[in-house]
Design a binder for this molecule. Structure first.
Ligand code: ADP
Length: 250
């Protein structure tokens, strides 16, 4: 079977600071992976390497069987990054205009057919933001913006969604609804890789979990993960509890 993502023996350092060490994991098509780990443990860096946005110092990353850096079919990928840095957020674009961008690689900029417009409408409907279509993106709440980016990925017909802490600053009710949306998309066959700090929430929805702290501690079915000692091992690092306790625990 072709994996959606495959990372083999990847190591990475920013200047002299090692961030990832010998990380190997494969994500199956259709998997819903929750990636957790302490702050600064390399999760965002690993996600960027998986998507070909960064090159590892050593090791290999593949997307759908192609070296991630050479993967050219951007329509298959939807990346919702942690910080709202997208240029659209600074510009007075509407939700519908952002979602329409998902069709541009298929249709050409400004050349959408009736079929393209239908796909845009369907994407808005799927993430339940049809009523926001004419609102400006920079007037929306964090949760509504995340839905807009997911709708853009759906319009683009992405089959892999990568989300980096998408619910930071989103209220509890909206978080639950957001995860239910992700589960519904996953049930349609979309592979999901999600970085999340709230372990309980991700454990309620993800099919598999992995824990990272420079090294990968575990990657398995969610139930098995929760029964393992991966969390204890990853979160008892020297940075969190002090080197004396780590030494005592070794
Ligand atoms: P996480 O997503 O788990 O919080 P990151 O991958 O964002 O971790 O960061 C891992 C480490 O690398 C952190 O110590 C962070 O400060 C550092 N780091 C992240 N991005 C950069 C960068 N562009 N330049 C230098 N250091 C960075």
């Amino acid at each position: 079977m072709t994996h959606a993502i495959s990372v083999d023996d990847v190591s990475f350092a920013y200047d002299d600071q090692p961030v990832l060490r010998d990380v190997t994991l494969s994500i199956d098509e259709g998997e819903f992976l929750g990636l957790i780990g302490p702050n600064g443990s390399g999760k965002t860096t690993l996600l960027k390497i998986m998507l070909g946005l960064r090159s590892p110092d050593t090791g290999r990353a593949e997307l759908f069987g192609t070296p991630a850096k050479e993967f050219s079919d951007g329509t298959r990928l939807g990346y919702v990054s942690q910080h709202a840095t997208d240029a659209e957020e600074m510009m007075p674009v509407t939700v519908r205009e952002v979602v329409r961008m998902g069709r541009f690689p298929h249709a050409g900029i400004g050349r959408l057919s009736d079929d393209d417009r239908t796909k845009v409408d369907e994407a808005l409907e799927t993430v339940e933001i049809t009523d926001l279509a004419d609102r400006r993106l920079n007037h929306l709440s964090g949760g509504q913006r995340q839905r807009t980016y997911i709708a853009r990925a759906l319009a683009s017909e992405a089959d892999l969604l990568a989300l980096d802490e998408p619910t930071v600053g989103v209220d509890a009710d909206s978080v639950e609804a957001f995860y239910e949306l992700l589960e519904a998309l996953n049930a349609r066959g979309i592979t999901i890789v999600l970085i999340e700090h709230d372990i309980a929430t991700v454990a309620d929805h993800a099919s598999t979990m992995a824990c990272l702290d420079c090294e990968l501690y575990e990657h398995c079915e969610t139930r098995e993960f929760l029964e393992s000692d991966a969390l204890e091992r990853a979160f008892s690092s020297a940075r969190l509890v002090g080197s004396t306790e780590l030494a005592a625990g070794d």
